[in-house]
Ligand binder design. Structure first.
Ligand SMILES: Nc1nc2c(c(=O)[nH]1)N[C@H]1C(S)=C(S)[C@@H](COP(=O)(O)OP(=O)(O)OC[C@H]3O[C@@H](n4cnc5c(=O)[nH]c(N)nc54)[C@H](O)[C@@H]3O)O[C@H]1N2
Ligand SMILES: Nc1nc2c(c(=O)[nH]1)N[C@H]1C(S)=C(S)[C@@H](COP(=O)(O)OP(=O)(O)OC[C@H]3O[C@@H](n4cnc5c(=O)[nH]c(N)nc54)[C@H](O)[C@@H]3O)O[C@H]1N2
Ligand code: SF4
Ligand SMILES: [Mo]
Length: 901
């Protein structure tokens, strides 16, 4: 897997998380590519996590949108020439604007667009259509960090850099499961812990793979971060650990903020009570922070996605300002960005309440941007934020909507209501790389095929303000085009040819740099004038660089604000007196539990890309709801069974995982499964849309919910070459496996013969190679062989325990030909020799299963992840599975060992 690549590898950037790892990609000539980490990229120095390592498996054209499509008069989607599709989009938007004004149209865009794509979309809406109704999925992701930064620093600036994670002595992760969501950065933190002895503190209502590696876990009551950090501020003041000079010289508002902090959280006892964390742990945390100057506080969605997310951000920043721990090596507040270009989107002004290049709607800015763009009608005021924007769609105020590179029918809160709302639109345009998503199925009129990762060129900015190039290395399939091209072509057809006459991404980048510098004079943090003079060859060869990059410079600033210099009018940072937090939900008011939502290690969002990779699909194959053992008991729910999770907004049926990692009263579901990959697991449909009043970011981590057992009569699985259409009433979850698809299923009735007939129909009645139907036992098994290979199989039984594992069968599906013993063993579901089923994949890089790891631990007495790595290679590439291996060691060792006789 890690064979050295030949010279011709193309340097590009991973399209997943905001770590922004450098990737070396070498096309294999068959439309795929071999991928490895770029040893020279300063984010990852050659490492990639499981998702980055599997990029090569996601490049197939299966399911790709390859041609523009338009809905015909009969409602049927049909291929259309580019010209017709672009004209129809332009005409639709023009006519809607003419009839109902510019605010009747909107764009909903994404942190997965490249900066150049994003720039032209923002320019078209805010400068030429004259509305600010362009918002982005970053509203669901980064809006509270943006608002918190702007309140404190006067600009949306991340002050530090990744090297701070190597140099800190205390790393606080709050609302972040970095072990799974920012794995390469987390590996850097673990290296620091191992080699320099840095301590790691995790603050999260759940125990997570991140907290497994921590020195201290504060399992905080949801939403209470501002209490904790207010208590910390009061403690730091009491202990005299403040940096009085820094406060005096570079900040305003300290005494008000401290007074408020003391009011909210006067002492450790008050913090312990509100956060529901044992007092000793709070005291340890406070003492460690007080004693450790080199402290970095990293935060992500547990902070941002909150009804008081902006306050949470400021409560954290307050502590750093008060101690002067900002902008110096190994210290600072650090917002971890989610998407690959969440940061780039903020730079261009993709949020509805930003104008462009870190300028807001202050009249001087509107005028400045108007002159720079030579624009007819720059939007004079902020537009609708995502949740409001989709409410406006529901109310018919927005009539034409263009969605680019995001899947809101899965990812917005109240996703069922969003789906219904989209049906109201007079015009729904979707630009995507895949042909079928829940959003597309919600009634798109026009589909525009976008060039995907590896096919397009441009830049992205990662969490440490580092701009890196994404470079194309594959030919663009079908008629797909880069997003910037699509937007520019529509703009031209709307009558704005002069302003959108771009020939390349490089030209757009040049304009973006120029706008960042235009009449800046040091008043705005986002200044990349130094990159504006790059020739197109220099742009093509651009090395990763951090902004700001002032005129005549080529290297950016690593850190900001060590000596003040904030972007407020008086150049001082602002302490913010935060409010006492309160969840939007009140468990017990209508429903008894709280539903928390988030991510798993090996899937990316709505799975349109990671869902194509067999090794990523093997880590967690089904959507699960995590439930505390006590709740499982009170709600009569069993581990491995099914439960319906319901809220006031929707419901889903998920497999139950009973685990003490949850706090009592709180359940957790992953966000990834959707209408394409599961029968009933659209978790976004359950989530309420209570938003932070300042940032407009919804509180997606705490919705009132309840849970009830769901009985299925039979359980089983299908392995097939092609997707199958399972009848309504069947519970299913689909994953990609080597050579085909795997479906975990459960069916509502125990009529074995009935389900056997359905299975035969789905698989091809006349092709059955071997079959077993036992109505008495309630068992059905069948296998189909075509030529030398296993083409499909189905297993059904009355209980999950009566099924074999499917790992061995998956291997047979992948095998180029079946051996004779394998053929004979098909209906048994396993090879005759015991112990060959390696179990669900733990290490995605080397495909090492759970059973194999457990056997190594118990047989050969491997007692450390390193020893497991030596035996099986597991955990030796990206390291993302090390926390799980550590957990398996603990669990396996806790089992009673067989006694020697
Ligand atoms: N594998 C994978 N990695 C990803 C992504 C992915 O889809 N898959 N997506 C990327 C994107 S866009 C993003 S935004 C990031 C998100 O990265 P993270 O924010 O790390 O991921 P989440 O799982 O959304 O949530 C993080 C944690 O917040 C906790 N939490 C919930 N409520 C609270 C609270 O009130 N206080 C505190 N302190 N914690 C709370 C949750 O229990 C959860 O463990 O991940 C990025 N990386
Ligand atoms: N309940 C709950 N909901 C959440 C969250 C949560 O924690 N809990 N997290 C929120 C967060 S932080 C985020 S970032 C969002 C993410 O949610 P989404 O943005 O909806 O998720 P993705 O699956 O990444 O959607 C990206 C879409 O763009 C397509 N695409 C990929 N590359 C390209 C390209 O180059 N061009 C174009 N035009 N299309 C492309 C993909 O096929 C896919 O359909 O989810 C949010 N929703
Ligand atoms: S940590 Fe993983 S997903 Fe994130 S950029 Fe790096 S390789 Fe990609
Ligand atoms: Mo995100």
């Amino acid at each position: 897997m890690n064979a050295p690549l030949q010279a011709k590898a193309v340097k590009t950037t991973c399209p997943y998380c905001g770590v922004g790892c450098g990737v070396l990609a070498r096309p294999d000539g068959f439309g795929g590519a071999q991928v490895q980490g770029d040893p020279e990229h300063p984010a990852n120095f050659g490492r990639l996590c499981s998702k980055g390592s599997a990029l090569g498996e996601t490049l197939s054209l299966d399911g790709r949108l390859l041609h523009p499509m338009m809905r015909g008069p009969a409602g049927v989607m049909a291929r259309a020439p580019w010209d017709d599709a672009l004209n129809a989009v332009a005409k639709g938007f023009r006519e809607t604007i003419a009839r109902h004004g510019p605010d009747s149209v909107a764009f909903y865009v994404s942190g997965q667009l490249l900066t150049e794509d994003y720039y032209v979309a923002n320019k078209l809406m805010k400068g030429f259509i004259g509305s600010a109704n362009i918002d982005t999925n970053s509203r669901l992701c980064m809006a509270s960090s943006v608002a918190g930064h702007r309140r404190a620093f006067g600009a949306d600036t991340v002050p530090g850099c990744y090297e701070d994670l190597d140099e800190a002595d205390l790393l606080i992760l709050t609302g972040s499961n970095a072990a799974w969501c920012h794995p390469i950065l987390f590996q850097r933190m673990l290296k620091n812990k191992r080699e320099r002895g840095a301590r790691i503190v995790v603050i999260d209502p759940r125990a997570t793979p991140t907290s497994d590696e921590a020195d201290l876990l504060l399992q905080i009551a949801p939403g209470m971060d501002s209490v904790l950090f207010s208590g910390l501020l009061a403690y730091l003041a009491d202990q005299g650990v403040l940096d009085r000079d820094y406060i005096r010289d570079h900040t305003n508002g300290f005494s008000e903020a401290l007074a408020r902090a003391r009011h909210i959280a006067p002492d450790a006892e008050a913090v312990a009570e509100q956060c529901n964390v044992p007092r000793e742990r709070i005291e340890t945390f406070f003492a460690w922070v007080a004693a450790t100057r080199k402290t970095v506080t990293l935060y992500s969605q547990g902070v941002n996605q909150s009804a008081q997310g902006t306050d949470k951000v400021n409560a954290i920043i307050n502590c750093h300002l008060a101690t002067g721990r900002i902008g110096q090596p190994g210290m600072g507040p650090f917002s971890l960005t989610g998407q690959p270009n969440a940061m780039g989107g903020r730079e261009v002004g993709g949020l509805a309440n930003q104008l462009a290049a870190h300028m807001d709607f202050e009249p001087g800015n509107v005028d400045r941007v108007r002159r720079f763009w030579d624009a007819p009608a720059v939007a004079p005021r902020p537009g609708l934020k995502a949740v409001d924007l989709f409410d406006a769609v529901a109310q018919g105020r927005i009539k034409a909507l263009w969605i680019m590179a995001t899947n809101p029918v899965v990812s917005l809160p109240r996703a069922d209501a969003v789906r219904t709302a989209l049906g109201n639109l007079e015009l729904l345009v979707v630009s995507d790389v895949v042909a079928a998503t829940d959003t597309i199925r919600a009634g798109a009129h026009i589909l525009l095929p976008a060039a995907g990762w590896g096919e397009k060129d441009g830049t992205v900015t990662n969490s440490e303000r580092r701009i890196s190039r994404q470079r194309g290395f594959l030919t663009t399939p079908g008629e797909a085009q880069p997003d910037w091209w699509i937007v520019s072509e529509v703009a031209k057809r709307m009558g704005f040819a002069n302003a959108f006459n771009y020939a390349s991404a490089a030209e757009i980048f040049e304009e973006h740099c120029a706008l960042s510098a235009f009449e800046n004079g040091g008043t705005r943090d986002f200044d990349i004038a130094g990159l504006g003079t790059l020739s197109h060859e220099d742009y093509a060869a651009l090395d990763p660089v951090q902004w700001p990059v002032a005129k005549n410079e080529t290297n950016g600033a690593k850190r900001l604000f060590a000596a003040g210099g904030f972007y407020t009018p008086d150049r001082r940072a602002r302490f913010v007196a935060v409010a006492k937090p309160k969840l939007a939900a009140e468990p017990g008011r209508y429903l008894p539990l709280l539903l928390n939502t988030g991510r798993i290690r090996d899937q990316w969002h709505t799975m349109t890309r990671t869902g194509k990779s067999p090794r990523l699909g093997a880590h967690i194959e089904e959507p699960r709801i995590a439930v505390h053992p006590d709740d499982a008991q009170s709600f009569n729910i069993e581990d491995g069974a099914f439960a319906r999770v319901s809220t006031l907004h929707g419901s889903a049926v998920l497999r139950v995982a009973v685990t003490p990692s949850q706090r009592r009263g709180e359940i957790f579901a992953p966000i990834h499964w959707n209408g394409e990959t599961a029968s009933d697991a659209r978790v976004g449909a359950l989530v309420h849309a209570a938003c932070d009043p300042i940032s407009g970011q919804p509180e997606m981590k705490a919705t009132e919910a309840t849970i009830a057992p769901v009985q299925f009569a039979m359980h089983g699985f299908f392995l097939t070459r092609k997707p199958v259409d399972l009848p309504t009433g069947v519970w299913w979850a689909r994953s990609t496996v080597e050579g085909g698809f795997g479906y975990r299923i459960a069916v509502p009735s125990s009529n074995t013969k009935h389900w056997a007939d359905i299975a035969r129909d789905l698989l091809g009645n006349d092709e059955i190679y071997a079959e077993l139907l036992d109505e008495g036992q309630g068992r059905y098994r069948a296998a189909i062989i075509r030529g030398e290979t296993l083409d499909a199989c189905v297993f059904l039984a009355k209980s999950p325990q009566a099924l074999p594992g499917w790992e061995w069968l998956k291997q047979q599906l992948a095998a180029p030909s079946l051996t004779e013993p394998a053929r004979r063993a098909l209906l048994a579901g396993r090879a005759a020799e015991a112990g060959t089923d390696s179990g669900p994949v733990v290490c995605a890089c080397f495909g090492v299963g759970r059973n194999a790891i457990c056997r190594t631990i118990s047989d050969r007495r491997a007692t450390s992840p390193e020893a497991v790595g030596r035996e099986l290679k597991a955990g030796t590439n990206c390291g993302s599975c090390i926390p799980e291996i550590r957990r398996l060691i603990a669990e396996t060792e806790a089992q009673p060992q067989p006694q020697a006789v």
